[in-house]
Design a protein around this ligand. Structure first.
Ligand SMILES: O=C(O)CCC(=O)C(=O)O
Length: 289
């Protein structure tokens, strides 16, 4: 039996998400769901997938670790994805009629890690195209606003192709089998604006968050900047990525990260197809009136 949302997603929530390309929702997941994800993350870290790798490690061995697409082998993740109200949350905010799960990714920083995620959009890296893509960013520990993920409100509608980072360049161990994105091969890209230098213009926004709170953002919303942890603070974040009605498979010439093209082709999905199959299950649809 699927769990229900603890409170209704209102038209005001939907219009805030639509206007800003992001929204903070407090107390969305109960402590049981957070404990389950935390257990899953511990299991997953002990048995990483072949995509698991370190994004950053400093001289004091403080690191940021990443893994993705582990959900089918981690029962706690699978239960959260299939039974928590996360799919409904994504569907309601995106205004979608149906929602497919795309993938999960975890971002774990050890105490004091200073690595800041570069400003970027997600959809250009993904093996899909569409406006209705989103991430639900779920911290499993308390995080203060300067260390939490920040979003640039309204950037999901800028309709520009930005030069973005190759996340593979940060990998200190070289361990990561995923090919990386080279946005420089696109002719019509423009440099990513100086979000930090012109903060008054771009208004990067982050929040104090406690376990249970979520930040939901559109796959085209520029985000980044989390990290810079105090010496005694770690950060463990589970993210769930969802796709709505207009999303179609699309293999990008400039590379994908994570690159799911092989898995998609093996599952019979080709460019132009809607998501589906056991890899990307439809987990919510709008109830008929
Ligand atoms: O938590 C972070 O530092 C990065 C998160 C992110 O970029 C994402 O979920 O797309």
């Amino acid at each position: 039996m699927n769990d229900t949302l603890p409170y209704a997603i209102t038209p005001e929530h939907v219009s805030t998400y639509d206007r800003d390309g992001a929204i903070l929702l407090k107390g969305l997941f109960n402590p049981e769901w957070i404990a389950l994800l935390d257990e899953g993350l511990s299991r997953s870290r002990a048995e990483p997938t072949n995509r698991g790798h370190t994004w950053d490690r400093d001289e004091a061995q403080r690191e940021m670790y990443y893994d993705t697409f582990a959900w089918r082998g981690v029962p706690e993740y699978r239960r959260f994805i299939e039974e928590s109200p996360c799919a409904e949350l994504a569907g309601q905010l995106m205004g979608a009629d149906r929602v497919n799960f795309f993938f999960e990714a975890v971002f774990c920083r050890s105490p004091g890690n200073q690595f800041r995620t570069p400003w970027h959009q997600d959809e250009p890296y993904w093996s899909v195209d569409g406006f209705q893509t989103c991430t639900v960013w779920i911290p499993l520990v308390p995080v203060a606003a300067p260390s939490a993920l920040a979003v640039v409100p309204g950037s999901h509608r800028w309709e520009k192709r930005f030069l973005q980072a190759d996340f593979g360049q940060f990998n200190p161990d070289g361990h990561d089998k995923v090919p990386h994105s080279d946005f420089s091969m696109l002719e019509d890209t423009v440099p990513m604006p100086d979000i930090d230098g012109e903060a008054e213009t771009y208004r990067p926004t982050s929040f104090d968050m406690v376990p249970g709170d979520v930040l939901v953002f559109n796959g085209r919303t520029i985000h980044g900047g989390s990290g810079q942890l105090a010496g005694d603070r770690k950060l463990r974040v589970f993210t769930a990525k969802w796709c709505g009605d207009d999303v179609r498979v699309s293999f990008k010439d400039w590379g994908m990260d994570p690159d799911y093209s092989k898995e998609m082709i093996a599952a019979g999905l080709k460019p132009g197809d809607a998501l589906g199959t056991d890899l990307y299950p439809e987990l919510w649809h709008r109830p008929t009136a």
